[in-house]
Design a protein around this ligand. Structure first.
Ligand SMILES: Cc1cc2nc3c(=O)[nH]c(=O)nc-3n(C[C@H](O)[C@H](O)[C@H](O)COP(=O)(O)O)c2cc1C
Length: 205
């Protein structure tokens, strides 16, 4: 797309999807931290958090776009150059709230860039312990693959259980912050490139 003389090109868009309906959701706070890093890196960001996702209807195949909120989500992801996802580990897997939001992306199937094609996608998982963070992160990244996205090199699991006094909790929080900044930056860096150069020659139909 060409820009008019004297106008600045729109910034690449990074969309964040995730959180829980719980006020103060740690998952959503982690997502916001990563989004903020993507914004610092020069992208526009848009958040679809837990409250928004909780207002979406359950995806029903064949029913078309089920309302204005679904259309808003689908259009934003359709325009996005990068995506950040954040889910709590619920019973060892991705939460239904987040998965339902992702199921609605089925409406991107027929776009020129279907689903998450051509977009870097960073995945963040929170869990109240060490056991299921890894399996949930693997599941979330498998969803990204299925949707043709490009998982970032870094994926993050955060143990939100209370740190034991004296165990270096502050240092752990600082390391976590660095990781969230890194994943936000990785998505933004790829998003900026994706927005400026897309190879269409030879692309399979
Ligand atoms: C229904 C439910 C199921 C959960 N299942 C697990 C689980 O299998 N493994 C785990 O480590 N934590 C589990 N948790 C804890 C949450 O993953 C953890 O507290 C998370 O950080 C909550 O995110 P939030 O602060 O954004 O609500 C579960 C919590 C709920 C409410």
């Amino acid at each position: 797309m060409e820009n008019l003389p004297g106008t600045t090109p729109p910034r690449p868009l990074v969309v964040g999807i995730g959180g829980t309906g719980r006020p103060g959701s740690a998952t959503e706070r982690a997502l916001k931290a990563a989004l903020s890093a993507a914004e610092t890196a020069g992208t526009e960001v848009r958040l679809f958090g837990g409250q928004f996702l909780a207002g979406l209807p359950m995806f029903v195949p064949g029913r078309g776009v089920q309302g204005a909120a679904v259309a808003e989500l689908v259009d934003a992801v359709g325009q996005a150059n990068g995506v950040l996802l954040a889910s709590p580990s619920y019973h060892g897997g991705v939460s239904a709230l987040v998965k339902n939001g992702l199921d609605h992306l089925e409406h991107l199937a027929d776009r020129t860039r279907p689903y998450l094609d051509g977009r870097a996608v960073g995945s963040i998982v929170t869990a109240a312990g060490w056991q299921t963070g890894g399996s949930t992160l693997t599941a979330l990244r498998s969803v990204v693959h299925a949707l043709r996205g490009w998982p970032t090199p870094l994926g993050i699991t955060i143990n939100t259980a209370e740190p034991v006094p004296g165990d270096g909790g502050q240092a752990a929080r600082e390391r976590c912050e660095v990781q969230l900044c890194t994943i936000g930056w990785q998505v933004a860096e790829f998003a900026v490139r994706a927005a400026s150069s897309r190879v269409t020659a030879g692309a399979p139909r």
